[in-house]
Design a protein around this ligand. Sequence first.
Ligand code: UDP
Length: 475
Amino acid sequence: MESENRPLRAHFIPYSTTSHLMPQVDMAMIFAARGVDVTIITTYYNSLLFQKSIDKAITRGHRINVHKLKFPFREIGLPEGLENFSDATSGEICSKIGKGISMLQQPIEQFIRDNRPDFIVADMFHFWSSDLASDLGIPRLTSHGMGHLALCAEDCLLRYEPHKTVLSDKEPFLLPGLPGQIQMTRSEIAEWIKVPDAFAGLMNMINESIEKSYGVLVNSFYELEKDYADYYRDVLGMKSWSIGSVRLFNARNDSRNDEKHDCQTWLDSQNPNSVVYVSFGSVCSFSSAQISEIAKALDSMNHPFIWVVRNEDKENEDGEWLPRELEEKITKSNKGLIIKGWAPQLSILEHPAVGGFLTHCGWNSVLETIAAGVPMATWPLGADQFYNEKLTQVLGVGVKVGLESWTHLLEESRSYVEKEKIEKAVNELMGGGEEAEMRRKKVKELCVIAKAAVTEGGSSYSNVTTLLDEIRQCR
Ligand code: UDP
């Protein structure tokens, strides 16, 4: 019989999209730092995104292993290396990646059966892992890309269908029972909730598997969403642990922050709190008309900016993704930096020159900006982002840009926000009025609480302790 004192063994199965993958790797590193013997099961090219951080953790004596699977590129007709949804440029590529991921279920299951851990942490999309875990008699924890408010709001919409009580897409309705008197409109809700489709079927399976699982790990901290964490547990009867912000646990040791990006030097030359950071996450896609409108707004305002653009391969009718003259003007004036591709978001947000973030409200971005004490102008596009915008309103740390149209993440955003609306929100965000000051004060307070949550004795730190104690009892 194995010793009861040996370290717990856990297998982590992240999903192949950056905003799910990276937080789960952070979670794995948190558990490894607490003495758990951790294995991350992923594909080779995804592992390159975080291998350096793991190597660093190993040199600190943490037991952490990466089990790399080969993605079936050839079988599904994708070029070598294209295995992450964040690199997909079309719906067709996304569905091929999805197919490749489903082909990995069998080898992952086999590996777990051959190397039985004490518990599994699997992304919500690996819904099959609940049955596997129960077969092996071990707990499966679900790693969710969503916060507690979002989880509660989605449950409320599915359970009570309050959107069916209104007559138009723009008429507001309350989310019944939820703390904070949260209002939504039908146009802010995901299509699959309004008209059940294949994705709704998948979400159904996911929700069933979450209910069968041991509980949910939420990348959030209790104080941030206290009412919704309590509602999730007490009213919905779900078990969850807020253990975030998971980035904060690891930020200091993270190799992703090692290399100095050019934008750091530029930021060093700017005044404190003067720069607006503009980024819409790792997946979203804008039309070239919308990109031009953002460019015009940034050009016409008096705030220095860093703008991250993903669509650099997209062209408008003139053959350009962004009017060349405008780009040249911006670059020459040194008023702003345009980063085409990937930006070091964490270091940017933490730079003292940054005073505001124009964001699509991806959950990671919301957590990262709160943890950096930077207020937001909010421009949600799809996924859970409208719920996250509600949280920024409840907390009083965001200005709404005012978009009300949910788009599927894999489609080009249907949003078209005029230059004037963008300017208004950003000016309010960066301005000096009473409300702007209040937003800054509130987000700075939350930043202090966020940092305390992950230090020894803090709420997230203690939740990890409690969870590990419980799992040891299950063993
Ligand atoms: N991110 C980054 N650089 C970029 C774009 C995104 O570091 O240029 C990171 C960002 O810090 C966050 C994640 O990618 O951790 C995006 O996740 P989020 O939930 O905000 O949005 P999503 O990508 O899911 O839409």
